[in-house]
Design a protein around this ligand. Structure first.
Ligand SMILES: [Zn+2]
Length: 286
C-alpha cells in the first residue's frame, strides 16, 4: 500500500535541517509565484477593460484611465476600414481586429517602438493594433483633428486584414514594402472618403500632411525599406495599380503571396505587368 507519510519519512535522516529546508522551499515557491504574476501582468500590459463589438469582429481593450473619445475613435476607425475591406472583396479576417489602447503601460512587454500606433503580433501569436493614447500624434488628433485618429486606426486595421492574408513581411525581411504601406495609406483615405468623413481632396491633403511629399527616388528603393517613401510614394503607386486593375486586385495579390507564390510572379499575373516594368513606368510618369 502506498503511504505518502511513510514516503516523506525517507527524507528524514537529518530531521533538524528539515524545517529550514521546508521554509526555504515555501519561500522559493512564493517568490516564483510573485515573479510569474508580475510577468503575466506586465506581458498583458494592464488592459483591464474589454469591449467586443459588431458580433466580435472588433475588440477594443484599454488600460485604466483611457479616455472615452479614444475608445470611440478606435471602434469607428476599425469599423470603417472593415466595411471598406468587405466592399472591395477583401477577406473577412479569421481573428477580430483587436485594438489595444495603452494609456500608461506598453502594448507589449519589451517593446521600444515610439510610434503612436502600429500593428503587430504578440508573444502568443495574436495580431493586434497598438495605440499609445498619450503620445503626441494621438493627443494632437484627439485635441483638434479626431478624423486623423480614424485614419490612423483605419491604416492599422488594413494591415490587420493584410496580415490575415499573409502578405505582411516581418521587419528586416521586407520584399514589397511600398505595396503594403501604400495600400494602407491609400486604403485608409478611401475608407474615410467612403464613410463620408473626408472628401477625396481632403484625403490627399491629409496623406501629404502625415507622410510628406514623395521623395525623388525610384520606387524600387522602397521594396525592402520602410522609410517614408514606402508610404508617400507607395500611396501613388497603389493608386496606379488600382487604376490599372481594381481594388480587389490588391487583395488578390496579397492572397497569392500569402499562399506562398513568389511575389514577382504574383505581381505580374495579378496586375498584368512585371514589377520592374511597372516601377520604371511609374518613375517616368512622375
Ligand atoms: Zn503602415
Amino acid at each position: 500500500m502506498w503511504r505518502p507519510w511513510s514516503k516523506r519519512s525517507e527524507f528524514g535522516s537529518d530531521r533538524r535541517g528539515e524545517p529550514r529546508r521546508r521554509w526555504r522551499a515555501v519561500l522559493s515557491l512564493l517568490a516564483a509565484c510573485v515573479m510569474l504574476g508580475m510577468v503575466a501582468v506586465v506581458a498583458s500590459g494592464w488592459f483591464t477593460r474589454t469591449e467586443r463589438l459588431d458580433g466580435g469582429a472588433i475588440v477594443v481593450r484599454s488600460q485604466p484611465g483611457t479616455d472615452g473619445r479614444s475608445r470611440v475613435a478606435a471602434r469607428t476607425g476599425a469599423r470603417l476600414a472593415l466595411g471598406w475591406s468587405v466592399r472591395t472583396s477583401g477577406p473577412t479576417p479569421r481573428d477580430p481586429v483587436e485594438i489595444r489602447l495603452a494609456n500608461r503601460g506598453r502594448c507589449l512587454w519589451l517593446e521600444s517602438l515610439d510610434a503612436s500606433a502600429w500593428s503587430g503580433t504578440d508573444l502568443t501569436g495574436d495580431d493586434f493594433v497598438c495605440v499609445y493614447t498619450r503620445r503626441p500624434n494621438w493627443r494632437a488628433s484627439m485635441a483638434g483633428q479626431p478624423n486623423r485618429a480614424l485614419a490612423l486606426i483605419a491604416h492599422e486595421t488594413i494591415h490587420h486584414v493584410q496580415r490575415s492574408l499573409g502578405c505582411v513581411d516581418d521587419p528586416g525581411r521586407f520584399r514589397f514594402q511600398w505595396f503594403v504601406e501604400g495600400m494602407a495609406v491609400w486604403g485608409a483615405g478611401r475608407t474615410l472618403v467612403d464613410g463620408g468623413v473626408w472628401t477625396p481632396a481632403q484625403a490627399d491633403r491629409e496623406a501629404l500632411h502625415a507622410d510628406g511629399p514623395p521623395p525623388r527616388r525610384p520606387l524600387r528603393d522602397f521594396e525592402t525599406s520602410a522609410a517614408g517613401g514606402a508610404y508617400s510614394l507607395g500611396r501613388f503607386a497603389v493608386a496606379d495599380l488600382v487604376a490599372r486593375r481594381s481594388v480587389r486586385h490588391l487583395w488578390r495579390f496579397c492572397a497569392a503571396v500569402g499562399r506562398g507564390r513568389p511575389w514577382r510572379d504574383a505581381f505580374r499575373s495579378t496586375f498584368g505587368i512585371g514589377v520592374e516594368d511597372f516601377s520604371r513606368r511609374f518613375d517616368q510618369s512622375r
